[in-house]
Design a protein around this ligand. Structure first.
Ligand code: ATP
Length: 320
C-alpha cells in the first residue's frame, strides 16, 4: 500500500486545515496510508511524523491555522538538512508528499521532486501571489477579515470626520489591498505594483470632503512604504484632515475559513490525491475559471504574478 505524507509550510493560512482533512480523507478512501509531517520541512528533517486516521482530522474544517503546525526551515535549504530529510522519507517509507504552502514551500517541493520524491503542491497562502492560479487557499478569508476591519473603522471614521489608512499584508503582491479595497469601497488603494502619489491621494480626500464626505479609507499594502505613520502624517499635514493609521498585521492570517476557502481547499486536495493515484509528481494544483487545474511545479514558479489591471482601474473609477 502506498504511503503519502502531508505537511504545511511557510506562513499559515485559513483553509490549510480543510486541505489537510481532505488530503487525509481522500487518501484513506482510496486505500492509501497517510502520515502527517509536523512543522513543515523542519519536522521532515527531524522525523516529527505521525500516522493520520479519519478521526485525526475530525472537527478541523472550520478552524484557522494548521493542526500540523508550520515553520520556516533554514536547515532544509542546506545540503546537510536536505539529505537528512531524504533519509527520513526513506526510513518512514513515504512514497509521496503533499506540500501545502506558498512559493518558498513549492521551491522546497521542487527540490524534493528533483531528488526523486513524488511531490504535489497546494497553494496555501493569504497573499494570492502565485500567478498560475486565480486564487490561493486563505486569500478569501483574509480579504473578508480586512473587509470587517474596514466596516468597523468606517463607523468611527464617519463619526469623527477622519481619514483612515489601513495597512494590510502584501509585500510584493497587492491583491489583498486591491480586492478588499474594491469590496470595501476604499477611496484609494496603494499597492506595490503601481506608482502612487500622495498629492493625488490628498486631492481625492479634499474633493471628497468638499462634496460632504464624512469618511475616507485608504488601503495600503505593507510593501509600499517603509513607514506608514509618515504617510499618515504627510496626508494630515497636506489636507488638514485628521488621518489615523491602523496596521492590521497577523489578524489577517487567522480566523475560521470562509465557505469559498473550505471548498477550494477540499477540491484542490481531492485533485492532489487523484494525481498521486495516477503516479503523477512535481505538480501544483490551482484554480482557473472555476476549474481545478494542475501544472508542472517549475513551470508554475516561473510565471510572473501581475496585478489585475481591470480590477485596479475599476476600483479607481468607482472611488471617484
Ligand atoms: P508564505 O507565502 O506564507 O511566505 P512560503 O511557502 O513562500 O509561504 P517561505 O518561508 O518562503 O514561505 O518558505 C517556506 C520554507 O520552504 C522555507 O523555510 C524553506 O524551508 C523552504 N524553502 C524555501 N525556498 C527554498 C529553496 N529555494 N530550496 C529549498 N527549500 C526552500
Amino acid at each position: 500500500m502506498k504511503k503519502i505524507g502531508v505537511l504545511t509550510s511557510g506562513g499559515d493560512s485559513p483553509g490549510m486545515n480543510a486541505a489537510i482533512r481532505a488530503v487525509v480523507r481522500a487518501a484513506i478512501y482510496n486505500d492509501l496510508k497517510v502520515v502527517g509531517i509536523k512543522r513543515g520541512y523542519e519536522g521532515l528533517i527531524n522525523g516529527d511524523i505521525e500516522n493520520m486516521s479519519l478521526s485525526s482530522v475530525a472537527d478541523i474544517i472550520h478552524r484557522g491555522g494548521t493542526m500540523l503546525r508550520t515553520a520556516r526551515s533554514e536547515d532544509f535549504k542546506t545540503e546537510k538538512g536536505f539529505s537528512k530529510a531524504l533519509n527520513v522519507i526513506n526510513i518512514f517509507g513515504i512514497d509521496g508528499i503533499v506540500v501545502i504552502g506558498g512559493d518558498g514551500s513549492f521551491r522546497g517541493a521542487e527540490k524534493l521532486s528533483q531528488a526523486g520524491i513524488s511531490t504535489i503542491g497546494l497553494p496555501g497562502t493569504i497573499d494570492n501571489d502565485l500567478a498560475y492560479t486565480d486564487y490561493t487557499i486563505g486569500f478569501d478569508t483574509a480579504i473578508n477579515t480586512v473587509l470587517n476591519a474596514i466596516s468597523n473603522i468606517r463607523d468611527t471614521s464617519t463619526s469623527h470626520g477622519r481619514a483612515n489608512i489601513i495597512e494590510v499584508m502584501g509585500r510584493h503582491c497587492g491583491d489583498i489591498a486591491l480586492y478588499a479595497g474594491l469590496a470595501g469601497g476604499a477611496e484609494s488603494i496603494i499597492v506595490p505594483e503601481e506608482e502612487f502619489s500622495i498629492d493625488e491621494i490628498c486631492k481625492r480626500l479634499i474633493q471628497g470632503r468638499n462634496r460632504g464626505k464624512l469618511h475616507s479609507i485608504i488601503l495600503l499594502a505593507e510593501g509600499v512604504v517603509k513607514n506608514s505613520y509618515e504617510v499618515a502624517s504627510e496626508i494630515e499635514e497636506k489636507t488638514g484632515i485628521e488621518t489615523k493609521l491602523t496596521i492590521l498585521g497577523h489578524i489577517q492570517r487567522g480566523g475560521s475559513p470562509t465557505a469559498f476557502d473550505r471548498i477550494l481547499a477540499s477540491r484542490m486536495a481531492g485533485k492532489a490525491v487523484e494525481l498521486i493515484l495516477d503516479n503523477k509528481s512535481s505538480r501544483v494544483i490551482g484554480i482557473k475559471g472555476n476549474e481545478i487545474i494542475d501544472m508542472d511545479i517549475s513551470e508554475a514558479l516561473t510565471i510572473e504574478k501581475k496585478l489585475n489591471q481591470d480590477i485596479y482601474r475599476l476600483a479607481k473609477v468607482l472611488s471617484i
